[in-house]
Design a protein. Structure first.
Length: 106
C-alpha cells in the first residue's frame, strides 16, 4: 500500500533537541528518527568535522513523516523556534510504502 505524506527534515543543535521534539509532539507528531551528524559541509560554516568534539556541541538530523494538515500546523512553530536556536527545516512530498496487514504473507 502507498500513501502520500509530508516529510519534515530537521538539522538542530543536540542541546536543543528536546525543544524540537516537544514542538513536534505538541502537534501530534510522535514518531521520528534522529541521527547524529559527524561531518558535513554547508554554506554558513563550510566543512565541519564533529568527530573530535563532545556530543553536546554536535548537530543532529531528525526526520519524520506526517499528513499535510500536520505539516501545516507544526511548520509555523518550527520556524519560530529555529529563528531562536538556529538550524534548518526542510519539507517535501513523499510516498510512504507499507505492507497491507490484511494480506497474508507469502
Amino acid at each position: 500500500m502507498m500513501q502520500i505524506m509530508k516529510k519534515i527534515e530537521i538539522i538542530a543543535p543536540n542541546r536543543q533537541l528536546n525543544r524540537v521534539i516537544a514542538t513536534l509532539e505538541k502537534h501530534g507528531i510522535l514518531y521520528y528518527t534522529i541521527l547524529d551528524i559527524t561531518k558535513g559541509r554547508g554554506k554558513k560554516h563550510g566543512l565541519v568535522d564533529y568527530g573530535s568534539l563532545i556530543p553536546a556541541v554536535n548537530d543532529s538530523y531528525l526526520f519524520t513523516v506526517c499528513s499535510a494538515d500536520d505539516k501545516l500546523a507544526v511548520l509555523d512553530d518550527l520556524v519560530a523556534l529555529f529563528q531562536e536556536i538556529g538550524g534548518l527545516v526542510i519539507t517535501s512530498d513523499v510516498k510512504w510504502f507499507y505492507p497491507d496487514m490484511n494480506k497474508p504473507a507469502s
